[in-house]
Write a protein that binds this ligand. Structure first.
Ligand code: ATP
Length: 236
């Protein structure tokens, strides 16, 4: 049984059909990448899974139960946490305060273990725990955003463009941490425009084009595909 199972998901913004019947599945322990150009619907998909957007049709099932109509807070409680596009850290709060906010649905006594895990994963954040998040570099803010999502102790981590606007060396560091997170048993669904990095990390990938899944395959087969290379990997 899949951990996440999405069937015929349709999402509109007014008359605009952003998702036109998307179906996909993510198994427990998998890393799955969603590739797509600007405007393909990647962020819409993530926000709908998180309960921030209401679909017009279709179903989302998590761990065997339907969550399609649940609110965002209930979805976090079920075990899905999102690190949003553009990082969205609280700039006037410290690193530690940002991280603690991510654990708000959990009993106080339980969040210490997660905090230790996050600060171990990102030693840079441990050094800067008392610094205002707004004064961090882009890469450090991305670490805060991912760390904040991990504080909810999710079984499924949703990542929307973790590499956006970051220098290649920082992107590599972030992707190394994602592999470490996956090793602890967290399932990852990742949206990326950096298709090469995403496919090197992922087990499988889906290609989203203007609201529809047009291709699904093992990541290494997508990496080797001439069509994918031409469209998403710089035609190499
Ligand atoms: P990007 O990589 O640029 O973030 P994306 O693949 O994440 O793109 P979405 O942001 O999901 O794409 O957008 C999908 C479609 O829905 C686009 O055509 C976009 O213009 C439209 N759209 C997104 N948000 C809204 C909104 N709030 N109101 C109206 N249309 C929207």
């Amino acid at each position: 049984m899949s951990l996440l199972e999405i069937a015929d998901l349709r999402v509109n913004y007014g008359e605009i059909e952003a998702l036109k019947g998307v179906s996909l599945a993510v198994a427990q322990g998998e890393i799955v990448a969603i590739l797509g150009a600007n405007g393909a619907g990647k962020t819409t998909l993530m926000r709908t899974i998180s309960g921030l957007l209401a679909p017009r049709g279709g179903t989302i099932r998590f761990d065997g139960a339907e969550i399609t109509k649940l609110g965002a807070d209930r979805i976090v409680q079920r075990g899905i946490a999102q690190s949003p596009e553009g990082r969205r850290v609280f700039g006037t709060l410290t690193v530690l305060e940002n991280l603690r906010l991510g654990g708000f649905t959990r009993p106080r006594g339980e969040i210490m273990g997660s905090l230790d895990f996050v600060l171990g994963l990102f030693p840079r954040l441990a050094e800067r725990r008392a610094q205002f998040a707004g004064t961090l570099s882009g890469g450090e803010q991305q670490m805060v955003a991912i760390g904040r999502a991990l504080m909810a102790k999710p079984r499924l981590l949703l990542l929307d463009e973790p590499s956006l606007g970051l220098a290649p060396i920082i992107v590599q560091a972030i992707f190394r941490s994602l592999r470490e997170i996956a090793r602890t048993g967290v399932t990852i669904l990742l949206v990326e425009q950096n298709a090469r990095m995403a496919l090197k990390l992922a087990d499988r990938g889906y290609v989203l084009e203007v609201g529809r899944i047009v291709l699904a395959d093992e990541a290494k087969r997508l990496l080797a595909s001439p069509d994918i290379q031409a469209a998403y990997l710089g035609g190499e």
